[in-house]
Design a protein around this ligand. Sequence first.
Ligand code: FAD
Length: 391
Amino acid sequence: KIPEVNGDFYGLGKTLSAEDREIQLKVRAFMEEEIRPIANDYWNRAEFPMHIIPKMAELNIGGLIYKGYGCPGKSALLEGFIAMEMARVDTSISTFFGVQSGLAMGSIYLCGSEEQKQEFLPPMQRLEKIGAFGLTEPEVGSAVAGGLTTTCKREGDEWILNGQKKWIGNATFSDITIIWARDLDSQQVKGFIVPKDTPGFQAEKMENKMALRTVQNALITLKDCRVPESLRLQKAESFKDTAAVLRMTRAGVAWQAVGCARGAYEAALAYTNKRAQFGKPIASYQLVQDLLVTMLGDLTAMQTMVHRLSVMQDEEALLDEHASLAKVFCTLRMRSIVDHARELFGGNGILLEHDIARFVADAEAIYSYEGTKEINSLIVGRAITGHSAFV
Ligand code: FAD
């Protein structure tokens, strides 16, 4: 008898309360029933399945950890499990959701005024309003902290935005985009909620990506784009506030890496039991088992790490370096796991229909976004040595 495929070898899912576990399993069912059958097709066509948004809204997981404004006020631990469940089937869908619920809603939740929160968070929680987060620029990626070139200038009750943003997920169809820009007067970074129909705001779809093809990334151009003071994030005073949003979401990216790796491991384990060569399932060969066990060891280490990370977040003990270490470690191990999985599929590993090719490609995007391996390593390096290698 072939044992059941289960990438949660140490049973970490069982540490959730019965109510939270039910939510986790509801998300799993949604991903298996609604997303898995269409994931490769949408990825191949580089289109986003807009029709799934109302069904996803029924899960009531938008803004999961926020308190008030119609948000469920759940733990960061459950939020991590949900990111993993989504990425386990389709990393593009977990990215769409991470941008909406983490980066866009998180910016408003942490940096918005009471009125802004009341206006934007409830419809975003219900996924009726979609958000995007515009920080990276064509010429400024890792160095955003001191190097933003997009500018804002106050003129009476309005701000004028000029510049470009690159890679902005969801922004081709989002109702609002959070734009981070440098104030020409104070030189500090400020944040703005920019509605899509604002004159001077233009979002153009980025084509020809070889990873996360389902996610719609945009190149945004802001040309004398006028935004009222009422849409400036009232509590965003400097880049420190932008960084607080990223601190909150980076842990989620580590969980996404776990999900991508888990999806690949589970697919490989099932496949090696089904695929026979030399008259026996390939899972019965020692070299194949060694590879599977190496993958499982890495996967289990990743899961226990992010589990502890989220508990620390719930205890309000999470520091930048904690999240950065998990992002570095988990994305590195994810890359290795998807690579081994692809190997175990032989030629089928490069065919989209077996899912693995998609996992291998998508891993490359998670590896780079929300801070590359080098940048997150330098954040940890600074914390443990006391020396900043950035300057
Ligand atoms: P660069 O900064 O140009 O780095 C290139 C290389 O140089 C990297 O290996 C980097 O580690 C290395 N490097 C740079 N500085 C140093 C240093 N001091 N020491 C050592 N090595 C260094 N951004 C958003 O604002 N919103 C989004 O929604 C969004 N979504 C994204 C989705 C995808 C699929 C991708 C790929 C990116 C997305 N991004 C988004 C941008 C993402 O956060 C950046 O790609 C990332 O921060 C890295 O910046 P970069 O690509 O410009 O690389």
